[in-house]
Design a protein around this ligand. Structure first.
Ligand code: NDP
Ligand code: MG
Length: 389
């Protein structure tokens, strides 16, 4: 189709990646996936590439390239592997928008390259803004590239801000479901298993973000993400627990008005809003019937049972590489938890101790973020090891 928007979908095999491709399929040629990438699920990448017929399919794990090539070469689809190929693929001239749906720190380099080559970005990979939001914003200042948030809370804020003046924003209220342990006592939370933590009440997401939702570090990350996306001071961004996940976030204005965006918890709505550059086309599969809800409730989050929540304001007050350290330590801790090596209650102390061990850098440049990420991961891995003994 002429004027079809050409997408590079990074992390195509994941929860956000697949939902993005679902919108592509239903878009009647409005969107077209020209590049698909994945980490290691090669058979799923082959299946998606066979269906969507991108120009190029890339797998992070280099040992899986022969298998990918063998399956896709007959279809005329080019293949590649490795982190260099994953980062460089976003620069091609035939890409109009990059959908960053990979998980974790690995999203940073492709996002920066997309910005440097002037590509628009539908940003799901919140870790990029958590790790290096200042750097991303300074690169954006020198580029024509724009970021459209995919995260449901940030999409909700963007929808509430449509037609408003930035100067009229009083505060942002980021809603949180509270996760699977919202009503659990602290001692039970500390001993929760991976199975318990993977049972999110309202959203079906990738494993890492599901654990982050259980610790509520995800909400801390979203406060940091909101700070970088919307330029609202940290003290004017707060989290409010809303167990039904119908109100996706709110903006309070200086005149006392509060605007909220509501909808069923279905990521296809915010993904479609981002693909459409903050305009409406397609979206949620089912519409919300508010009459089915006898009540929508809101409560204060509990930083005592969920200490990870406090890390947002710590990171924003200290600035520099603080959030990069928190993210790296968390990635190691979550992986160790999912492998059954540590308890749920170990996650926060691992982050806390990694923060103490990793040197603070007040004005990091790109190489400092790279070094901080490796160093913090090494410290966190040592702490995990010490817990095994
Ligand atoms: P998933 O785990 O479902 O998918 C992650 C994707 O990234 C997969 O395609 C995976 O490939 C790929 N990947 C993993 N590691 C690497 C790597 N080192 N290099 C390249 N690709 C890699 O995650 P989600 O879709 O749940 O989340 C993606 C991002 O979106 C995260 O940052 C998350 O915080 C954010 N987000 C997700 C939401 C959701 O509803 N899922 C909501 C809001 C934000 P493979 O399949 O081969 O492992
Ligand atoms: Mg979210």
């Amino acid at each position: 189709m002429e004027n079809s928007k050409r997408l590079a979908v990074l992390g195509a095999t994941g929860s956000i990646g697949r939902q993005t491709l679902d919108i592509v399929s239903r878009s009647d040629g409005r969107y077209n996936a020209v590049v698909l990438t994945a980490g290691s699920r090669v058979d799923e990448l082959i299946e998606l590439a066979s269906k969507h017929r991108p120009r190029l399919a890339i797998i992070a794990r280099e040992d899986l390239l022969p298998r990918l090539r063998q399956a896709l070469q007959p279809l005329g689809i080019a293949t590649a592997a490795g982190t260099k190929a994953l980062a460089e693929c976003v620069e091609a001239d035939d890409i109009d928008m990059v959908v960053t749906a990979t998980v974790g720190y690995s999203g940073l380099e492709p996002t920066l390259r997309a910005i440097d080559t002037g590509k628009d970005i539908a940003l799901a990979n919140k870790e990029t803004l958590v790790v290096a939001g200042d750097l991303v914003n300074s690169r954006l200042g020198r580029s024509k590239s724009r970021i459209f948030p995919v995260d449901s809370e940030h999409s909700a804020v963007a929808q509430c801000l449509a037609g408003e003046n930035h100067a009229d924003i009083y505060r942002l209220l980021i809603t949180a479901s509270g996760g699977p342990f919202r009503t659990w006592p602290a001692d039970r939370i500390a001993k929760a298993t991976a199975n318990d933590a993977l049972k999110h009440p309202n959203w079906n997401m990738g494993r890492k973000i599901t654990i982050d939702s259980a610790t509520m570090l995800n909400k801390a990350f979203e406060i940091i993400e909101a700070y970088h996306l919307f330029g609202v001071p940290a003290e004017r961004i707060s989290a409010v627990v809303h167990p039904q996940s119908i109100v996706h976030s709110m903006v309070e204005f200086t005149d006392g008005a509060v605007k909220a965006q509501l909808g069923l918890p279905d990521m296809r709505l915010p993904i479609a809003y981002a693909l459409g550059e903050n305009t409406r086309f397609e979206g949620a599969e089912k519409h919300l019937s508010l009459e089915d809800y006898s009540s929508l409730t809101f409560e204060k989050p509990d930083p005592v049972r969920f200490p990870c929540l406090t890390l947002a304001h710590l990171a924003l007050e200290k600035g520099g590489n603080t959030a990069c350290i928190i993210n790296a330590a968390n990635e190691i801790a979550v992986a160790a938890f999912l492998e059954g090596k540590i308890t749920f209650g170990d996650i926060y102390p691992i982050i806390e101790q990694t923060l103490i061990k990793t040197p603070f850098i007040s004005a990091p440049v790109y190489d400092d973020y790279v070094a901080t990420n490796s160093e913090a991961r090494a410290h966190a891995a040592e702490i995990v090891k010490s817990l095994l003994n």
